[in-house]
Design a protein around this ligand. Sequence first.
Ligand SMILES: [Fe+2]
Length: 321
Amino acid sequence: MTVETGGLVEQSKNNITTTVKHVNNRVRYGNKTEKKNRSYKKMRREVVFPRVPDVLQQLFVSCTQIFRGPGFVPPASDVNKLCDILDKMKPEDVGLSKSLQFFKPTGAVNGTPRVTYTTIYQCDQFSLCIFFLPETAVIPLHNHPEMTVFSKLLLGKMHIKSYDWVEPKDSIPPSKCEISIFFKSPNRIHSFIFDVIIIGLFFSLVVAVRLARLKANSVYTAPCNTSVLYPTTGGNMHQFTAVTPCAVLDVLGPPYSKEDDRDCSYYKDFPYSAFSNEGETTRVSEEEREGLGWLEEIEAPENAVMDRIDYLGPQIIETSY
Ligand SMILES: [Fe+2]
């Protein structure tokens, strides 16, 4: 296996070379057959098996020691330990380089670019994944149920917006005043059908929209420190938008699991004023209003679909610790 600067990662096996490339805003593999007259001896001399970087191996070993399954939040000392390791990580530690064609802004983006991801390692307790976002690509607002997630931006510039739920869940019922004013108004002429529509709308809003507090809303440029989110704090619901082509390494503890009822949910966010009546708005200061929003759970949007590629960078050494 060799790491090449021309593609993302290049792997050689017998006479087949697999290269990860950036083609039309996507990360793709291309297979090419080596010249048949090359002797196997010569091929062996050319194949370089990259030694796993210490920092990547340290990350793996620490993850095996720290993560304990769904809902488990690592103690602060372990969070700091993982952050220290991730803060030291460079793109080259996972076979990437800023000189790769993928990370050069093209300036011309057609349609909605798709996100690509690769998994370095996965077990029941944690997973190590890299997400590749072409310029303007978006990983839509989504949650991380019962998970602690470390995100390390390896390359590029990315806007991150994140929220946490405001507790308790029904702390400020949306549009409560509007509906009570409607029913208390004796002179209002209204039809039965109109009532049904309004009541239906009211209950759909109550069920679908929940108040959340904005945790982050900034642009981050690599190299930057690792960000951490927890099951109920730190911005458990986040959205990534690539300002330039990006690569972000995520450590998820534990990984998503449909079987264990920890699937990913998606949301659409609205400003606080969108579902709050005048009385409530005046009770909340302007500064506080800016830090609040309503989240509506939605079906997985089109840009949530990602392409998966194999990880061909330096391989961690899996031993029992
Ligand atoms: Fe995420």
